[in-house]
Write a protein that binds this ligand. Structure first.
Ligand code: CA
Length: 273
């Protein structure tokens, strides 16, 4: 069975990542330019003109988490009577995971159009956690779009808009909410989180799936920060905020409903209850 978390990667995140990848290419070129200029400046000992304008200013930083809990009652049962005379089965799902909320006000003296990208960044697994996995730096794009979707995600039972958690469009406050989901290949939440979120907020938040092994305490301390990058290559990082992330939990509770009597003349087939 494929891990739905893998088989439907968050389209919002994928879109963000694609944009980020493009912007990272620009960024690398800009960074190369910066080191070149820095090198020139060093060798000539002259005052370089300020090619790069003012760096972005990051303020009103807020990085918090809240425990999110989902309960989805058993939906439409799966029919294993008509073809197999086994039972009907319907599954209720309970999921608990942390929602990380990152937001910051970002301004640029050269105007908002000069901002290239605002990123929420963290290392997975956290540096020094001793998890043994290769450490990756994760970047999620932050948006100033209000409740407008930034993409879609395809679940098992539908397609859901992806929202960022941004409160007000165009106020200079960039936001990204995302779930920290522990990979549980044998116990997936199906569409429980996607559909509950969409009912409650007109869209669902991205899910970041980590494969890190949590310690017995079920808690790992992740460090998050914001980085604002402008088109001239100036990068302004915020300070780090450490949050204790709790291992997520998904419990599936199947209920079997016995089949009706065998259907005469149709071997191996029973009526549905
Ligand atoms: Ca905003």
């Amino acid at each position: 069975m494929r891990d739905p978390g893998e088989s439907y990667p968050d389209a919002g995140m994928a879109r963000g990542d694609k944009q980020v990848a493009k912007r990272h290419a620009v960024l690398l070129i800009l960074l190369a330019g910066i080191s070149l200029v820095a090198g020139c400046k060093k060798s000539s000992e002259s005052e370089a003109p300020n090619f790069f304008g003012s760096p972005p200013v990051v303020s009103e930083l807020s990085i918090t988490k809240e425990a999110a809990s989902f309960n989805c009652p058993a939906g439409e049962p799966v029919d294993l009577c008509t073809d197999f005379c086994l039972y009907m089965v319907s599954t209720s799902i309970h999921a608990e995971l942390d929602l990380v909320k990152v937001s910051a006000k970002v301004t640029d003296a050269d105007g908002p159009a000069n901002l290239l990208v605002i990123l929420a960044r963290f290392f997975d697994p956290p540096v020094g956690s001793g998890s043994g996995s290769a450490i990756e730096e994760i970047s999620l794009e932050m948006f100033d779009v209000g409740n407008n979707p930034v993409g879609t995600v395809t679940g098992t039972f539908g397609i859901y808009p992806v929202i960022t958690g941004d409160a007000v469009q165009g106020d200079g406050v960039y936001t990204r909410y995302f779930y920290m989901k522990t990979d549980t290949p044998l116990s997936q939440p199906d569409d429980c989180i996607l559909s509950t979120d969409t009912t409650q907020h007109s869209g669902t938040y991205s899910q970041f799936t980590t494969t890190v092994t949590f310690p017995a305490t079920r808690i790992l301390n992740y460090q998050y920060h914001v980085e604002a990058v402008d088109r001239a290559g100036n990068i302004t990082p915020s300070g780090n905020v450490t949050l204790p992330i709790t291992k997520s939990d998904v419990v599936r509770s199947p209920t079997q409903i016995p089949c009706g009597p065998p259907i005469p003349g149709v071997p191996g087939s029973c009526s549905t209850p």
